[in-house]
Each structure stands twice: as structure tokens, then as C-alpha cells.
Design a protein around this ligand. Structure first.
Ligand code: LLP
Length: 429
């Protein structure tokens, strides 16, 4: 069931016509579907209903507080990587003891904040970080629950920039150092070892790398227990891919992923922790944009739209494919081939090259699909383009869950140093 689909000749998000959102909120705009978030979360959760587990939604995929609150109501925990994401998760009503803190570079201030609210576990990525966490815990009079993120040296992920489980990547404790890291942690008074963590990459489209990583880490868990450590949780991160609508390999459904995980961990007697991001958010959102111009070039035609790489960075950064469809159901007899580009002053501001699609004109609305994860969350204000607003649809209702800032909002955060305000040619801002 697609919640972004045509009804009476035009595309809707659930029961709201996208043309209405474009008219009332303007474009470009991210539009999310509550029903899709709910379905994705429930599909994942139902596959693990018989397993002692925590689903810690990876906030970085889509961190809007309304999205987090939607997932919180379904029972989600959160995987956060900054104090900002921690605050978002708490504001959305996710209990601290369902929050895990990941990331290679946690600061002392972030550790303190997380200790004070009492998060579930710190996923620690280096001995240097462990030692600082021990000090911060001593300062705050708390004990820090810790799992080491280990690097299993497994190849996985849809693109080199999102593969994280190889030993040349910056992530995790090197496999050969894992056991000694646990031994050191056990001797520190501010640290309580609770589990093991692994995350091998993102947009993973087959189960083999998950299997390789889980088998390796399961072996490690047994060794750690034999050495006297208490390992009560096993976090296998996120990474399950989603279909983007192109011809690339279609990832396995959560049910198959769940069957594999259960088979490989059945005898471990641990609580499983999952950190899915893209799988829940990716196909829950579209980027709605308007065609500004059709530019007929010498040997190619450009569709210049009002969204750009600052709004949706994935094509420029990872050569990512996003399906593009017209909001008004098109005439499939009139096909054209376009490069779809944004207004930014870089050739990399290209969503797709040489894509065959129904003919479009200036003023037509289009959607870029699968933009719910790593879309708004990775947006910037490059070219002084205000961040794209976000809208959440729920049945026939919708709400603006992040407003479009004005240019004045952007400019007012900047100020002139006093040696420039003396120059009468410079306008004070
Ligand atoms: N846990 C950790 C520790 C992570 O680093 C990530 C993603 C996740 C969980 C969630 O992974 P997911 O289930 O979403 O694959 N911006 C890139 C993806 C970067 C992923 C970073 N880490 C993209 O747009 O493809």
C-alpha cells in the first residue's frame, strides 16, 4: 500500500492532495505520511514481537520532533549521536532508558547530559573515549552503562561513503583489540559493561554481511562471558536497505532480516537492540517541488526545479537514485528525457541525468520519492536558501512541523564586527 499515490488524476499524501500543500505551504517542501511511518515501524516491531528487544530508531535519518513523537507513541526508543538529538528524543516523549548514544566523537558535555538523564547505554568507540567517560561519570557521581561498538571488518553498504564496518573505517574498536578493551573497562569504577554493539553500514541490500557480522560478534560475546563479563544486550545497529524504485537490488523485507537475526542469536540469551533509520523513514516522505523552467539545450533538456542539492543532498553526495513523478497524473504517451537540476551554482546540483519521464512544463509540481530519510536532516542553507519546511500528513489532516525560515531569520544570526560597522558603506544587519 503506497500512501503517496494518484487519486482522481493527482497525487495525494494519504488523503491530502499534494497540490493543496504546495498552494498553502509553498515549494519546495518535505511531506511525510504518518500512516507510512506507522506501517514501517510496526512491520519491524512485529517481526521481533517474540524477541526481547529494543527498537532504537536512528534519529539522524529524520529528526523532526513530530516524527519522533509519532514513533514514540508506537513504542520506539532512539539512537542518538549528539546532545541535540538527545534533547529532541526526550522532547518527543521517548524515555531516557530507551535511548542509546552512538558516535565516535562524544564530548564531555554530551556525556554529562546523557548521564544526568540516565540513558540506556553508551556505545563506546575507542579506549580514549572510554577513559573520558569514566572521568565524567566519576565527576557526576554516576556509573556509565557501556557497550563497545566493535568493528567486525565486514564489507556492507550501498555506497563507499556509508560503509562503516571495514577496518579502514573510523568506526568501532578494532577487532583484535576488543577483548582487551573489555578487560580495561571492567577495571574502571565509573563504567558498567552491559553489552556489545556493531553497525556495519547503511542501505544494505542483502543479508550476507549482517550474517557475517552477527556470527563474528556472537562468538565474541561467548568469549567475553567466559572472561567474566556480563553481556546482557547485543545491538546490531541499523543498515537494512529500502527499495528506491530503480533497478538496484531490492533489499530483503524485515521479516527475512528478523528470521536471520533470531536464528543466529537464539542461544545467546541477550536483549537485542536495533537502530533502524532509513527502513522506517525513507519511504515515509517525499520532496515536493515545482518546475521553474524547461531549458532546451543543444544536446540535452534540463528540468530546472525549485528544490536543490542543499535541500536533498543524496544524489550529489552518493549518486543516489530518487524516483521522480509528476503530481498531476501524466500522459504516458508524451515522454521526454531530462536532466533534473536545481538552481544552485554547481554542476553537482543534479538530481538525475538523462531520465526518461513524462513531459513537464514550467509550473508543474513533481515529487522526489524516498526522501523521508537523510533528506531534511541533511539539508543546509547553501546559497542562502532557507531550510525546506516539513509537513506531516495524518489521514485528511496535515500540519507544518517545521516552518520555512525567512531570509531575515537567517541573516539575524550574523553580525558585523565593530571595525566594519564604522564603514559607512556597510549596512548594519
Ligand atoms: N546506527 C548507527 C550507529 C548509524 O551510524 C546509522 C547510520 C544508523 C544506525 C542507521 O542506519 P540506517 O538504518 O538508516 O541505514 N546519509 C546517508 C546514510 C548515512 C548513514 C549513517 N549512519 C544516506 O543518505 O544514504
Amino acid at each position: 500500500m503506497r500512501h503517496f499515490d494518484y487519486q482522481n488524476g493527482e497525487m495525494f499524501a494519504e488523503d491530502v492532495p499534494l497540490s493543496r500543500i504546495a498552494a498553502e505551504v509553498g515549494t519546495p517542501v518535505y511531506v511525510y505520511s504518518t500512516a507510512t511511518f506507522t506501517r514501517h515501524y510496526n512491520v519491524f516491531a512485529d517481526s521481533f514481537a517474540d524477541t526481547k528487544s529494543l527498537i532504537a530508531y536512528s534519529v539522524k535519518a529524520n529528526s523532526n520532533i513530530a516524527v519522533l513523537a509519532t514513533l514514540a507513541q508506537l513504542g520506539a526508543g532512539a539512537d542518538v549521536v549528539s546532545v541535540g538529538e538527545l534533547k529532541r528524543a526526550l522532547m518527543a516523549g521517548i524515555p531516557a532508558d530507551r535511548i542509546v548514544f552512538s558516535g565516535v566523537g562524544k564530548t564531555r558535555a554530551e556525556m554529562r547530559a546523557a548521564l544526568e538523564v540516565g540513558i540506556r547505554v553508551f556505545n563506546v568507540e575507542s579506549l580514549a573515549e572510554l577513559r573520558v567517560l569514566n572521568e565524567v561519570a566519576a565527576d557526576t557521581g554516576k556509573t556509565a552503562p557501556v557497550a563497545f561498538r566493535v568493528n567486525p571488518d565486514v564489507t556492507a553498504g550501498g555506497h563507499a561513503k556509508i560503509s562503516t564496518g571495514k577496518k579502514e573505517n573510523k568506526f568501532g574498536i578494532a577487532w583484535s583489540q576488543a577483548e582487551s578493551a573489555y578487560a580495561e573497562a571492567a577495571a574502571l569504577p565509573g563504567i558498567e559493561i552491559v553489552g556489545v554493539d556493531v553497525h556495519i553500514g547503511s542501505q544494505i541490500s542483502d543479508l550476507a554481511p549482517f550474517e557475517a557480522a552477527i556470527v563474528k560478534v556472537a562468538g565474541l560475546i561467548k568469549k567475553l562471558r567466559a572472561a567474566g563479563h556480563t553481556i546482557s544486550s547485543f545491538d546490531i545497529g541499523g543498515g537494512l536497505g529500502i527499495p528506491y524504485g530503480n533497478n538496484a537490488a531490492v533489499p530483503p523485507p524485515p521479516s527475512e532480516y528478523a528470521a536471520l537475526v533470531k536464528r543466529l542469536t537464539a542461544d545467546l540469551n541477550v536483549e537485542m537492540i536495533f537502530e533502524p533509520g532509513r527502513m522506517i523513514a525513507g519511504n515515509s516522505g517525499v520532496l515536493l517541488s515545482e518546475v521553474l523552467y524547461v531549458k532546451r539545450g543543444e544536446d540535452r533538456d534540463f528540468l530546472i526545479i525549485d528544490a536543490a542539492m542543499n535541500d536533498l543532498l543524496r544524489p550529489a553526495l552518493y549518486d543516489a537514485y530518487h524516483e521522480i513523478e509528476a503530481v498531476q497524473q501524466p500522459d504516458l504517451d508524451k515522454m521526454e528525457t531530462y536532466d533534473v537540476v536545481g538552481p544552485i551554482c554547481e554542476s553537482g546540483d543534479t538530481f538525475t541525468k538523462g531520465r526518461e519521464m513524462p513531459a513537464l512544463e514550467s509550473g508543474d509540481l513533481i515529487v522526489l520519492h524516498s526522501a523521508g530519510a537523510y533528506g531534511a536532516a541533511q539539508a543546509s542553507q547553501y546559497n542562502t536558501r532557507p531550510l525546506v519546511p516539513e509537513v506531516l500528513v495524518n489521514g485528511s489532516d496535515y500540519s507544518v512541523i517545521r516552518a520555512r525560515p525567512t531570509v531575515e531569520d537567517i541573516l539575524k544570526t550574523e553580525s558585523l564586527p565593530n571595525w566594519l560597522t564604522k564603514d559607512e558603506n556597510v549596512t548594519d544587519i
